[in-house]
Write a protein that binds this ligand. Structure first.
Ligand SMILES: [Zn+2]
Length: 408
């Protein structure tokens, strides 16, 4: 069960003065290394997938592994889309299993940033998914991340931040106070006065991108002033690369598995250091009892068809599969025909929603309404429709209530 509601997770960190690492992963070695660190330190963790990294791995292929890693963990985990470029990316991320999304329109003029972010928030909130926006601009270091994040630094102002959060309804805000994506050159100067003012103006969890190269003391000051999520990648990537370089020198075997040996350990060691430094270590159990579990809902329909032949029925089912799969918050659409010839109901739809909020937003979604009214209901007179929540959720509620009981 430890896939949990990311808003609950970051609110807890924000209220209790610690920060949760959102570690970008680019391979299974990173995924396993990050999870090892979280389990070892009993820290909550955010598994983060950056859209700009999708050229290095197949997002659809990696997501089932990420989700299994989260569900089998004993520490609370959330799965986040980092630097989502558009509404389309955010819908795809949610439908593939992310339970938090970032929309980054920070390079656009303010009005466009607000408009783009608001559209993602409306869609994501209807799926129960919280959203991180970005205001101000965190550029990439020349020669490293400058291609992904071109341009000059633009500092976030408290006034703009207040107006941006009011107009977009984002749940978390990434801000720019002097960090850069990639490796810092020299000693980074952070504007803590500005951070303090932004935190006082907003009272929501703040996010820092470009954490690599900051000193322990700078991290402590960030967290003391409202930073509850720290995006972290470059140092993990450096630790992995260093390990590979070491392997090329020390190993007698030049094969692939020898070159990538111990990358998991290298990633885990650096992630573990961060979890201790940021105060997330040891928070897993208290956080678990304060977070809603993140569990899907199965929307089941069983029905019989009247007034349509087999070919028409198959066309209707194929069209429904296409339309319904694309609705935000729909994880999977299963369409089936009864195995037994004498089944009371011949056909079924099994639509998996990512969260109970989707029961309502799906029902009202124009594409669903259109399909149901025009193609489905006219031929499916006899039908039963029920939404089922995963039983594990009920079990976790019982655990919650029994945990909170004072035993005599
Ligand atoms: Zn970033």
């Amino acid at each position: 069960m430890p896939l949990v509601d990311m808003k609950d997770m970051l609110q807890h960190a924000y209220r209790h003065g610690y920060a949760i690492g959102a570690f970008d992963l680019v391979s299974l070695d990173f995924l396993e290394g990050i999870m090892t660190a979280a389990e070892r330190t009993r820290a909550p963790v955010i598994l983060s997938l950056a859209e700009s990294h999708f050229e290095y791995f197949d997002f659809e292929l990696v997501m089932p592994a990420v989700e299994i890693a989260a569900r089998r963990a004993s520490v609370p985990v959330a799965i986040h889309l980092d630097h989502g470029a558009s509404l389309v990316s955010a819908v795809a991320a949610i439908n593939h299993g992310c339970n938090g999304v970032m929309v980054d329109a920070s390079h656009e003029p303010l009005s466009i940033n607000i408009q783009t972010t608001r559209a993602v928030v409306d869609m994501a909130h209807a799926c129960g998914v919280p959203v991180e926006g970005e205001l101000g601009y965190v550029p990439g270091v020349e020669g490293e991340d400058a291609e992904r994040h071109p341009g000059e630094v633009a500092y976030t102002t408290p006034e703009e931040a207040r107006s941006y959060v009011e107009q977009t309804a984002v749940d978390f805000l990434a801000i720019s106070i002097g960090t850069v994506h990639g490796r810092m050159k020299g000693k980074p100067e952070l504007d803590f006065q500005r951070l303090k003012q932004i935190n006082e103006a907003l009272d929501i969890p703040l996010v820092i991108h470009g954490g690599t190269g900051l000193s322990d003391d700078q991290f402590r000051q960030l967290i003391a002033n409202g930073v509850a999520k720290i995006n972290y990648y470059t140092a993990l990537s450096d630790a992995a690369a260093k390990q590979i370089n070491k392997n090329t020198v020390t190993s007698n075997d030049s094969g692939y598995t020898s070159l990538v040996k111990n990358i998991r350990t290298a990633v885990a060691t650096e992630a573990e250091r961060c979890m201790h430094l940021w105060g997330a270590a040891g928070r897993a159990d208290e956080l678990l009892s304060n977070c809603q579990p993140w569990l899907p809902v199965e929307h089941l329909i069983i029905y019989n068809v009247h007034g349509a032949d087999k070919a028409d029925t198959e066309t209707m089912i194929a069209e429904g599969h296409r339309v319904l799969s694309a609705i935000p918050g729909v994880r999977e659409v299963f369409t089936g025909e009864a195995v037994q010839n004498d089944a009371k109901y011949r056909y079924t739809w099994l639509v998996r929603f990512c969260h109970p909020a989707v029961i309502d937003s799906y029902r009202e979604h124009p594409e669903h309404v259109d399909f149901a009214n025009k193609l489905f209901r006219p031929v499916a007179g006899e039908r039963i429709s029920i939404d089922y929540q995963t039983v594990a959720q009920a079990r976790s509620r019982i655990e919650h209530s029994s945990n909170s009981e004072v035993m005599p």
